[in-house]
Design a protein around this ligand. Structure first.
Ligand SMILES: *Cc1c(COP(=O)(O)O)cnc(C)c1O
Length: 317
């Protein structure tokens, strides 16, 4: 991203376009679903169930993956932000969930979503179906394999391009992306640290979630205990008032990358991750003569659920 790098006057910032993974406007969940849906098929499932926030990118990509595989998809959406306007509850990812033919049901904020999915699975089994339950964000050792794979792909690309980045930076939420990346980059002895920018939990909780899942993922691959706690770093200073709630830094980041690079970020994840990256560059956190990789995890469909978030004239605030 030459224009953004130049504007910030810091390190050279490269972008890995996982917003272009192909299914239904793309995103990071597609890599996880490659493994999760294979597991569902191997188990003979005919329907998948998953959950997320109202504007969940994971739910949308799961609905699209189910279409490819001719499976049914049931989505439970948790009302995490308290917003009830038509754009938020009907547009963006929710519109796409429905276009992909998924069944969408809502649950109040704070509901035990795992228990809600199990209840639905019981009902479907009673009706003669074989449901496969995918956790929120697709973050378990099977889903995280998608990001082990991404780590290996990234290393080959960096090697081909002759780039030795000092960090890989991305938004971290349900932890599977960072856990898989860390597992893959450590297993390959790359020496490249990952910096997760948190979008929900405070730092200790976020780092615990990532470390635990990275270790379980290595265990699942038969690699043993190779991930150290120092390998997992999350910066959770850019969450603002909470998950899915806009911040001035997010607005600046989404607008800057849109205007300078012609690339769309999103208000919930990649916008906050980029806000963190921009702020850290401005504070001199990274060496000026160095290379950084920003992993773009997708999410632009959520822009249409938050049209009033960007301070643009003509959109009510
Ligand atoms: C889910 C998501 C993330 C976070 O990935 P996790 O694996 O849940 O930590 C980041 N960006 C976008 C756009 C997402 O949808």
């Amino acid at each position: 991203m030459k224009n953004l790098s130049q504007k910030l006057g810091g390190p050279r910032i490269w972008i890995k376009r996982d917003d272009c993974t192909g299914l239904s406007t793309g995103g990071n969940k597609t890599r996880k679903l490659e493994f999760l849906m294979a597991d569902a098929l191997a188990q003979g499932a005919d329907v998948v169930i998953t959950q997320g926030a109202t504007q969940s990118n994971h739910a949308r990509q799961t609905a699209a993956a189910a279409c490819k595989l001719s499976m049914q998809c049931h989505i439970l959406l948790e009302d995490r932000t308290g917003r009830n306007d038509a754009d938020y509850v009907l547009n963006g990812n929710v519109l796409l969930d429905r276009l992909h033919g998924a069944t969408v049901a809502r649950r109040p904020g704070g509901a035990d979503m795992a228990a809600e999915m199990e209840k639905l699975a019981d009902q479907l089994r009673a009706d003669g179906h074989k449901p496969y339950v995918i956790p929120g964000g697709g973050s378990n050792p099977v889903g995280a394999l998608g990001y082990v794979n991404c780590a290996l792909e990234l290393l080959v690309q960096l090697n081909d391009m002759g780039i030795a980045p000092t960090h890989v930076v991305h938004g971290t939420g349900s932890a599977g992306t960072q856990a898989g990346l860390v597992a893959g980059l450590v297993a390959a002895r790359s020496g490249i640290p990952v910096l997760g920018i948190g979008v929900r939990a405070p730092r200790p909780k976020q780092e615990d979630m990532v470390l635990s899942l990275a270790r379980r993922t290595c265990d699942h691959m038969g690699l043993g205990d190779i991930v150290a706690s120092e390998d997992v770093v999350a910066n959770c200073d850019y969450v603002g008032d909470g998950y899915g709630i806009g911040t001035p830094g997010m607005v600046e980041a989404v607008r800057m990358v849109a205007e300078l690079e012609g690339i769309l970020l999103d208000p919930v994840y990649s916008g906050k991750a980029m806000a963190g990256l921009i702020d850290l560059v401005r504070r001199g956190h990274f060496e000026a003569d160095s290379d950084l990789v920003f992993l773009h995890t997708g999410g632009s469909a959520a822009l249409f659920g938050y049209p009033d978030a960007f301070g643009l004239p003509g959109y009510a605030n």
